[in-house]
Design a protein around this ligand. Structure first.
Ligand SMILES: C[S@@+](CC[C@H](N)C(=O)[O-])C[C@H]1O[C@@H](n2cnc3c(N)ncnc32)[C@H](O)[C@@H]1O
Length: 225
């Protein structure tokens, strides 16, 4: 075993890591949509949204929920394995006409026209290995593709999470777990700072129980003025 493997230092190839993880488990985050996705659906229905963009869609559990409830969905993720599995899931549910799945490293921008979606959604995407400058750029991109009055709803793990400051420090507020995931943790002040250019509708803490621990996250709802 190399020194890097012994220390849990797998470098920062998170894209390959997600490909491996999804390759082993077809439903890595469970069978159905997330609770956060269900909450998002209520928000999108109440505002009369039609076109939704999901960032970091993984294997597509939440995009499939939105599409099965009548929304037009564009979903993107940099894991080719995740997107391939999502396409299969979408086809199996006969949702292909209303879901567009793209393999994309979102740090390179969002390939959609200005003012073309009503809502941007992401669950545990901004909390990945993204530097603050990259988060800022992607939030600007989200604002660009949103129609006026459109919303950006996302979740990020926060500084009350049991894994905050645990594992190998990867710079800024990022730590790598023994399982190899690099997580970016957000104090509320950082969320507020990054929300510049949006109206903040709310920042609410919630818990997401997983097998061995409970994640602690912020639900952030921003509106494009
Ligand atoms: C914690 S998982 C959440 C997946 C999905 N939102 C869900 O809840 O089922 C984070 C996802 O973000 C994706 N991701 C991380 N960094 C990315 C980037 N720079 N561009 C595109 N996708 C990225 C990963 O491949 C992974 O699918």
């Amino acid at each position: 075993m190399s020194g890097k493997e012994m220390t849990g230092d797998r470098g920062s190839d998170q894209r390959a890591h997600w490909d491996r993880v999804f390759g082993v488990a077809g439903n890595y985050f469970g069978e159905g949509a997330s609770e956060f996705g269900n909450k998002a659906l209520d928000i999108f229905r109440n505002m009369g949204a039609r076109d939704v963009l999901e960032l970091g869609c993984g294997q597509g559990r939440d995009s499939c929920l939105f599409a099965s409830e009548g929304l037009n969905v564009t979903a993107m993720d940099y894991s080719e394995t995740g997107v391939r599995q999502m396409r299969e899931r979408v086809a199996g549910l006969c949702l292909s006409p209303v879901v567009r799945c793209l393999v994309r490293d979102i740090r390179t921008g969002i390939p959609l026209p200005d003012a073309s979606v009503d809502a941007v959604y992401s669950h545990m995407f901004f909390t990945m290995e993204l530097k603050e400058a990259e988060v800022r750029f992607i939030l600007d991109e989200c604002r660009r593709v949103l129609r006026g009055g459109g919303v950006n709803l996302f979740s990020v793990r926060n500084d009350h999470d049991p894994h905050y400051r645990k594992g190998v420090h990867r710079g800024e507020d990022m730590w790598q777990s023994p399982a190899g995931f690099v997580v970016h943790f957000f104090p509320e002040e950082k969320v507020r700072r990054l929300s510049k250019g949006y109206d903040i509708v709310h920042i609410k803490e919630f818990e997401d129980p997983a097998d061995q621990y409970t994640r602690v996250l912020y639900e952030v709802l921003l509106r494009r003025p």
